[in-house]
Structure formats: C-alpha cells, structure tokens
Design a protein around this ligand. Structure first.
Ligand code: NAD
Length: 254
C-alpha cells in the first residue's frame, strides 16, 4: 500500500476510534539517540552474553558486568529528549484519542513528552531497589552518581548491591502494570504498534490480546515483524516522520 494512503487510513482509524492504545518499543526512541537492542550497528549485544549481563541471575553473580554494560545506555537515556513521535502520542492523549501507552521502554521519554497514562512493562530508572534488604531508593540520583564515579551503587542501610527497577531477563514483569496493560489492550479498538520488533515475550502477547478482542492493528516499524500479516495497516518508516504526518491528517479531519 502507498505510504500516503496508509497514513491517511491510520488517521481515520484513530479519529473514529473510541479507545486507541499505543504499544511502543525501543524503535520509538532511536530518533532521540537511544539505540534499540537489535540494530546491528549499536553494539549493545554484540560483545556480551545477554544472559550474563542483563539477566537477574547474571546480576546476582556479577553486578559489575551489568553496570559496565548499562553505562552507555544510562548516559544516553539521561541525556535524551522526547522526539516528534513521543510528542504526537502525548498530543493524541490530550485530544482524547489515545487512552493509554503500553511501553517496553525504560527511558521515561513518554512521560517527559507529557503522556500521563503510561504502563512501563519493563520498568524504569526512576527507582532502584537493594537486592539484599529490598529498600527502594530514587533511581536517578543513584544513576547520576554511578555515571560520575562508575562505583556500583550500594544500600546505605545494609551495604547490599542496588539494582535499578528495570526488568532483566528471568525477572517477572510487574504484575499490576501487566494486568493494567492487558486490560487496556482488551478495551482498545485500535492498537498502534510503534517501533517494536514484537520479539520480546510476554510483552508481545499484548497486541494478540487486543486483536482477539476486536481491535484494528496498525504497525509503524522500520523493519518487517512477524505480526505484519495480522495487521490492518503496516508502515515501514521512521516513526518520528510518520506520526507527525498522521497527526496532520487527524487534525485536518476534525
Ligand atoms: P527491538 O530492539 O527488538 O526492536 C526495535 C524495532 O524498532 C526494530 O524492529 C526496528 O526496525 C524498529 N525501529 C528502529 N528505529 C525505528 C524508527 N525510528 N521508527 C520506527 N521503527 C524503528 O525493541 P523492542 O521490541 O522494544 O524490544 C527490545 C527490548 O529492549 C525491550 O524490552 C526494551 O525494554 C529494551 N530496550 C529499551 C530501550 C529504551 O528504553 N529506549 C532501548 C533499547 C532496548
């Protein structure tokens, strides 16, 4: 399908919907300078074993490997600004078209763009928890300190290693957030996938829940996904370019 026609079609789906829900992944934040995990050029997975550096088991064995690996991502995340795609989703919420964002991202850029109902399936850097006594701390000052001195954050109460509240491989998704996201997916009549390979389970079950409950599926992703065949509209382009175009159509049709 011609991209311009697809863009107009997505705009009319959003305008006519009662409950559009966005499901976002790392690809929505690449235009903000944060690499996704699967692009061949970013190198975040190339020199490491994900099960060693980014799993709960690996973290408990060797937190230094996790912290060394996460260092560049944390720096980029703290420096990043929301881009046009985040801004459009925030505006669609304010206009009453979008009822929620379900995100796999840990970068907090949706909230910084002004979105208020954001379900962060894979956690975030705003908080961090001691792996020994489970005391929770504000995460951002700890992260800034770590970026300044590269020392693994330690609990002031018990000396245990502190872990950011991001979900590692082998870790349960936060149950209340997952349930709320599943509920939003059930209520959605349009699900807008933006910048996700849809390869990470159980997050990738969310679009399936939405389509089973009758939602139209729109995929905006640079590369093809295994879900493209099930989608009503697929656009393989940069989300930060496509979403503002969709927005112009939505506003024209008001
Ligand atoms: P992914 O890396 O598996 O896939 C990203 C997809 O986005 C790719 O298919 C790519 O083609 C597409 N893409 C890249 N740039 C795009 C753009 N400008 N416009 C449209 N599409 C674009 O990402 P995922 O599906 O989110 O799964 C990866 C996991 O890694 C998630 O769990 C996520 O939590 C985590 N992660 C998060 C961040 C972040 O918070 N920004 C960054 C990297 C990884």
């Amino acid at each position: 399908m011609n991209t311009e026609i697809a863009i107009a079609q997505v705009a009319s789906l959003i305008r006519d919907s009662r409950a559009t829900v966005a499901f976002t992944g790392a690809g929505i934040s690449t235009p903000s300078g944060i690499p996704d995990f699967r692009s061949r050029t970013c190198g975040m997975w190339e020199k490491v074993n994900p099960m060693e550096v980014a799993s709960l088991f690996g973290f408990r064995q060797n937190p230094r490997a996790f912290y060394d690996w996460v260092h560049p991502l944390a720096r980029l995340t703290l420096d990043a600004q929301p881009n046009a795609a985040h801004n459009v989703l925030a505006r669609l919420e304010k206009m009453g078209h979008l009822i929620a964002i379900i995100t796999q991202n840990i970068d907090m850029l949706h909230q910084r763009a002004g979105s208020s109902l954001v379900y962060e399936l894979h956690g975030h850097f705003r908080e961090a928890t001691c792996t020994h006594c489970f005391t929770t701390y504000p995460g951002l000052p700890l992260l800034e300190q770590f970026l300044a001195d590269s020392q693994i954050p330690r609990c002031p109460r018990c000396g245990g290693v502190i872990k950011p509240n991001v979900i590692l491989f082998g870790e349960q998704l936060p149950l209340q957030v997952l349930r709320a996201a599943q509920d939003a997916a059930r209520r959605a009549d349009v699900m807008l996938i933006v910048g996700s390979s849809l390869e990470v389970a159980p997050a990738s079950d969310i679009p399936i829940i939405a389509t089973r409950c009758g939602a139209k599926l729109v995929i905006i992703n640079l590369e093809p996904t295994d879900f493209d065949q099930r989608a009503d509209v697929v656009i393989h382009e940069d989300a930060a370019v496509v979403l503002p175009k969709i927005m112009r159509y939505v506003e024209e049709q008001l």
